[in-house]
Design a protein around this ligand. Structure first.
Ligand code: ADP
Ligand code: MG
Length: 283
């Protein structure tokens, strides 16, 4: 085969992204030098490609660990803080009992998170069960109560106890923790987070409103993409992306608006909601 023809075919292979090709160096003239250069070029493309794949793997691992850390941080902080108080302070029995309860619930949440992770890696997601929306939101409020209090933020839950719908309970609770947690973080000087819900033609419309500064305009258009964060020292930018994914997988939708007056309003719509008889006691 003519050297030029050989080079031409090799170049066509490279164009098809086959970089394993090598041309034969038959002479020491210009053609030979060209063939050698061609081979060196292919070798460096191969190397760069392998490096890129390695980097991509590292970055995927990094992103995944980021998301796990994100989910574990809240319950772990509750356990750490509670245990620290139990060790350091001489507390009245009622207080000890409350702290022990917090630690118990936070450990249970970590266990659920780990189970979720296992399920994700096995490609399984939990089956939805009939849940009272108020209970799920209340559990989220409870796990953030200490954080809110420390920051002078009040949490107001305005959801009728009669609204029931099929939910993956622990995932949806985490979705609320993300939304309410963000609202608290947006109000370092204190304020109010109000979680409200109305039934609307077979679905439920939920609002999480706050009295903070609202979402920064520069991230508004890409707010639900992973790794979008602003105005925080340790923001990972995963909370809203994960929350939206959870809501979408429930057949619902999540979007951002402006709270009446000032602040941010995150709204979610979830299908298949209905009213059941009140439970006798207030939840
Ligand atoms: N209630 C809110 N008020 C103002 N900004 C918010 C609110 N919720 C979310 N944001 C903005 O959206 C960004 C992304 O949120 P999120 O995905 O939870 O990631 P992270 O909290 O780790 O930054 C936050 O960094 C913040 O700038
Ligand atoms: Mg967040």
């Amino acid at each position: 085969m003519e050297p030029v023809e050989q080079l031409d075919r090799a170049a066509a292979e490279v164009a098809r992204q086959n970089y394993a090709i090598e041309v034969e160096v038959r002479s020491e003239d210009e053609m030979g030098r060209l063939a050698r250069t061609f081979n060196t070029m292919c070798a460096s493309i191969r190397q760069a490609r392998e490096e890129l794949i390695r980097q991509e793997r590292i970055s995927t691992i990094g992103r995944l660990s980021g998301s796990i850390v994100h989910d574990l941080r809240n319950p772990l902080a509750a356990i750490y803080g509670g245990a620290e108080m139990l060790v350091d302070a001489d507390l009245p029995p009622a207080h000890v009992k409350r702290l022990a309860g917090n630690i118990y619930r936070a450990s249970r949440r970590i266990q659920e998170l780990l189970q979720d992770l296992l399920n994700v890696s096995r490609g399984k997601s939990g089956a939805p069960e009939p849940c009272r929306l108020r209970e799920v939101a209340a559990a989220a409020c409870e796990s953030l109560a200490a954080t809110a209090e420390a920051q002078g933020a009040t949490l107001a839950l305005d959801i009728s106890p009669e609204i029931e719908l099929p939910l993956e309970r622990s995932r949806m609770e985490r979705a609320f923790v993300n939304l309410i947690g963000n609202a608290i973080e947006a109000m370092p000087g204190g304020g109010e987070v109000r979680i409200s819900a109305v039934l609307d033609a077979g679905s439920v419309l939920v609002h999480v409103d706050d009295t903070g500064p609202g979402v920064a305009p520069e991230i508004r258009s890409k707010l639900f993409q992973p790794f979008v964060t602003a105005g925080k020292r340790n923001g990972l930018g995963l909370g809203l992306a994960l929350t939206r994914q959870t809501v979408l997988e429930h057949g619902g939708d999540l979007w951002v608006g402006s709270a009446p007056g000032r602040g941010a309003r995150f709204s979610l719509r979830l299908p298949a909601a209905h009213v059941v008889q009140p439970q006798g006691i207030a939840v």
